[in-house]
Design a protein around this ligand. Sequence first.
Ligand SMILES: [Zn+2]
Length: 484
Amino acid sequence: MAIFFETVARDIAGRTGKLRVGDKIMRTPALLPVINPHIQLIPPRDMQEMGVEALITNAYIFHRSREYRERALAEGLHKTLDFDGIIMTDSGSFQLSVYGDVEITNRETLEFQKKIGSDIWVPLDIPTHPDADRETTARELAITMERLKEATMIMGDDHQLAGPVQGGMYEDLREKTGREVGDLGYSFCPIGAVVPLMESYRFRDLVKVVIAAKKGIPASACVHLFGAGHPVMFALAVAMGCDIFDSAAYALYAKEGRYMTQSGSYKLKELVELPCACEVCRKMTAEELNTSPDRERLLSFHNLSVSLAEISRIRQAIYDGVLWELVDERCRSHPELLKGYRELLRHADLLEQSDRVSKRRFFYRGTESCSRTEVIRYRHMIPRLPSGKRVQISLDGGTREGFDQVLFFKPPFGPYPAELKETFPIGQSELPEWDDDMVRAGCKGIVVYTQSNPGTEVTIYCTREWHDLVRQMVPGAEVKCDDI
Ligand SMILES: [Zn+2]
């Protein structure tokens, strides 16, 4: 295999890593700008100076371009585009799905992609629309899988193929396909046909299909979320384990006069200020930018800068183990994203398995924080906490005589012994004043403790404020208050 992926650091199911294609290496997560040589406003060379290590272009455009076809065949794609990083080529299956007029076979596109010197080749898969029924989805998926098998046979063992994972909205099909694509030896797996979900803000559905596909795709494979180009959803996608994005959005938005930020987009003409640190936004006012004859190019530059900065921010968040905080922040930008975030939290049990053990910190940011992987993991550890015949769990911080063991309490995690006071997550979690949700979550931890120590007599001490809630959450427990 000529494509290798190596994980460097992880957080939730996200990872920073290195993708090696032949002798070229790129860092992940990464955003691959989409290049169309006919309408390219920012030259690939300039993108390289902005820190872009890889880009994606469409082999089909080159294949039928009078201007570029022969040049790409003679000089190679890298020289034609003037870019020496990694270049991925799409096959034209997206055009097939939109226009239905692609007259090229799987073999033809693959051989063409190889001939023009592309680094990552995509077979001619069928991106099934999310609204397709099961029968259509399964039928198209079968054709895609045949083409993926054929691709490995045509291109040989030492190939540089991407294996798209299709399956529409059917989670079982996505998972099964992910597994089969891995079994075929693909180590670079785009999750396909999700653009309509993102365009219509169906982030909950997006999370469902990505999680399903990820269950099947081998953990060692690099995962590309095909067509994801708005920075507001990068953190959410990375948390699910997506490593690569591609963006035509930076240019498409610019064409429509839309100004991207990491928390959403604005119509440029409605902006009075330009809230960004990029070169364009520091040199111009909103009005100057909006009325500039060079608006589309300048806005493309800004949009791409914002997108790349968000990728850097995500990588840093992974190194620091604060990706949940970033996901929480981004997903509050829009109610549909919040739905996606909540759907992600419903899979916390699964995500916990790939999450790292220790992090820099845990900031409590509201109800959603109670379902985070760190809380789930802590709960799994509770049965191993020290026990005795008589145990005191202290919510008020006090200790009393006559017990074999004293446990303290930190919501949303639950009971902890003094020895764990300085370790993650107890020591590194920062909370505002306790609220009902976090105390409820912590009480679930107490229930885990009492159930895993059936012979132990547990007495809970708390202040009057939490007395009723604790009694309700830990039924049958002895709950005492010194101040009643
Ligand atoms: Zn800017």
